[in-house]
Write a protein that binds this ligand. Structure first.
Ligand code: NAP
Length: 309
């Protein structure tokens, strides 16, 4: 016997999920947001956001708090539950969560985002929290006056590398090619920053130390030469992996695990919509995530209306 049924269950409380919540609440849908950690997702752990309209610069936690307050004003429940599985049960979706409970909903908006990809080298697991980090906002201040390495060449690596220069004496960005992927203006700022150095065409082979990180073994992929870089910490920004495990076998995923859905957020399974970084899309940003959240909530409302649910 199903006791409580939501019109829409939103999985993930990042910018996509919270916006879907605001739109669902405004449409008088009975909505909940299922969030496994804390709201905001990657936005929460971003130090400085300079490309969200209306704010020249705002920190991730502040923007997260503003969005969460707005969600709560629309009577949308935020349930701190980690979703492990999802299946259709007649007209409803049964959403399994880690605590063993099941949440029932007529529609689902998958907005679970993505997580940092790991390097997969010796020392990475061993030294996590003892010099290995995936979040400069969280851990940067622990490295005041020290030398750190950043691995990666995308927007995240360069942006967070720049942020780290507030605390540390030296940031060495290690990139596997000789050209950055990051946007031009971030590149220019990094090249102009005297605290930032680059090691090009190189990959980290191992992270070494005793109690904490002390050095990295770095291999030049062109020459094969292996060198040692002293570092008190290493921040890893080598891309993201979608949090779509709970959707395997439920909706179509692309070869990288992203949920296949167009701008209309419609997935291969009627009644399930995908919003934000979890979806196949060309630009993963807060602004595109919030846009998806709005579209998905309206798509869910239309789906319910058309079926008289
Ligand atoms: P990304 O754009 O996918 O970049 C990942 C970087 O890591 C690339 O430079 C890649 O090298 C490198 N890499 C991947 N696997 C590696 C490995 N095994 N070893 C060494 N290096 C490896 O990821 P991201 O920087 O996390 O950004 C994710 C998305 O968020 C992007 O769409 C980005 O534009 C967006 N974002 C935007 C902003 C902003 O607008 N300010 C800030 C942060 C993120 P290659 O270049 O050789 O592939």
């Amino acid at each position: 016997m199903v006791e409580e049924v939501y019109d829409v269950a939103i999985i993930g409380g990042g910018p996509a999920g919270m916006t879907a919540g605001i739109y669902a609440g405004r449409a008088h849908l009975k909505a909940c947001i299922l969030e496994g950690m804390s709201t905001g997702g990657q936005m929460f752990t971003t130090a400085v956001i300079e490309n969200y309209p209306g704010y020249d610069s705002i920190d991730g936690p502040a923007l997260t708090q503003a969005m969460e307050e707005q969600v709560r004003r629309w009577d949308v429940k935020i349930l701190y539950m980690h979703v492990t599985g999802l299946k259709r049960q007649a007209d409803l979706f049964a959403i399994e969560v880690l605590s063993g409970e099941t949440i029932h909903a007529k529609t689902v908006i998958a907005a679970a985002g993505s997580k940092p990809r790991r390097l997969g080298v010796p020392g990475e697991n061993e030294f996590q929290g003892r010099g290995v980090s995936y979040c400069a906002t969280c851990d940067g201040a622990f490295f005041r006056g020290k030398s750190v390495a950043v691995v990666g060449g995308g927007d995240s690596a360069v942006e967070e590398g720049l942020y780290l220069t507030r605390f540390v004496d030296k940031v060495t960005i290690i990139h596997r090619r000789d050209q950055l992927r990051a946007s031009r203006h971030l590149q220019e700022r990094a090249f102009a920053n005297p605290k930032i150095e680059f090691i090009w065409d190189s990959v980290v082979e191992a992270i070494e130390g005793h109690q904490a990180v002390e050095q990295l073994r770095v291999k030049n992929v062109k020459t094969g030469a292996v060198t040692t870089l002293p570092a008190d910490g290493v921040f890893i920004y080598v891309g993201m992996l979608p949090n779509s495990e709970f959707l395997q076998g439920v909706v179509e995923l692309d070869p990288w695990g992203y949920v296949v859905a167009g701008e209309d957020t419609v997935t291969s399974e009627p009644g399930i919509f995908a919003a934000g970084d979890i979806r196949t899309k060309s630009l993963r940003q807060i602004v595109t995530a919030v846009a998806d959240g709005a579209v998905a909530a309206m798509a869910a409302e239309k789906y319910l209306g058309e079926r008289g649910l």
